[in-house]
Design a protein around this ligand. Structure first.
Ligand code: SAM
Length: 257
């Protein structure tokens, strides 16, 4: 166990890698979400897809025991390099790597699409896969490829915690009263973007599209915690939070409420 306030935090110049705001405070908030919503236990093995500058890792450092393990990868090298230099030497059970995967915003020079990318981990190796503000920067085919990989690397009974902007009847009713933040001005069938010139800046999905993709990969939605991005009051988080479960064979998984 490590006290998180003993770990360094990145310079604000790296805020593109974690969305800005108070890094330490939001790291602690994320840890609370993983425990309460995704049932994270201190001994578990966790994969952080799009780990950025290690914000989730920073909070997890005070919670995971030495049996626990954290792996994070990202397509944008700057945040990963900071983690390798500043967190890895202090956290032997944490590892960070850069992957050269195409993202219109974060890595436009890469040759491998996210849809085709195979995560560099064996099957059934993680209890929890987290994606914080990552599917909000990916287009549908790329998300579908990542969901297939997540289903592959999760252990039976493992969970995915992912944040989204979900369009559904409830959000449409709220959006009729005023713009969302981000303001999703352009619709392409079952997804929306804020800026058509840079689509992956911010992407919202029709909720039913994501549910259909999860079903195709054998992942069961277990919890949806709506966010305040669409003008909703009384929310824990800006983005919606979804937890899905890879069932034990022949068995439905019950999450703690
Ligand atoms: C807003 S940041 C969030 C970073 C981190 N999850 C956090 O919450 O602090 C979005 C991150 O997703 C990463 N990302 C976007 N598309 C990706 C992809 N296809 N594969 C891996 N990482 C990706 C970006 O490089 C960026 O670091």
């Amino acid at each position: 166990m490590h006290a998180p306030n003993a770990l360094p935090v990145p310079h604000p110049d790296l805020s593109i890698c974690f969305g800005g705001g108070d890094y330490a405070q939001s790291a602690r908030m994320l840890l609370d979400f993983f425990i309460r919503h995704a049932d994270l236990k201190p001994h578990e093995h966790l994969l952080d897809v799009g780990c950025g500058a290690g914000r989730a890792a920073w909070g997890l450092a005070e919670y995971l025991t030495p049996e626990g393990r954290y792996s994070g990868f990202d397509t944008f090298p700057m945040g990963v390099t900071w983690c390798q230099e500043n967190l890895s030497p202090r956290l032997p059970n944490f590892e960070f790597r850069t992957v050269d995967v195409f993202s219109g915003v974060y890595n436009p020079g890469a040759n491998v699409s996210a849809e085709a990318f195979r995560f560099p981990y064996p099957d059934a190796s993680f209890d929890l896969v987290i994606l914080v503000s990552v599917f909000t920067h990916m287009l549908p085919a790329d998300m579908a490829g990542y969901l297939a990989e997540i289903a592959r690397v999760l252990k039976p009974g493992g969970r995915m915690f992912a944040t989204y902007y979900f369009m559904n009847d409830a959000t449409r009713a709220l959006l009729a009263k005023g713009p969302s933040k981000p303001d999703f001005t352009k619709r392409y069938g079952n997804f929306w973007v804020a800026d058509p010139a840079s689509k992956e800046d911010a992407v919202a999905f029709e909720e039913s599209l994501v549910r259909a993709m999860l079903a195709r990969e054998g992942l069961t939605p277990a919890k949806l915690v709506p966010g305040r991005w669409c003008g909703r009051d009384g929310c824990e988080n800006g983005q919606d939070m979804l937890v899905a479960v890879k069932p034990q064979s022949g068995q439905a998984h019950q999450l703690r409420t």
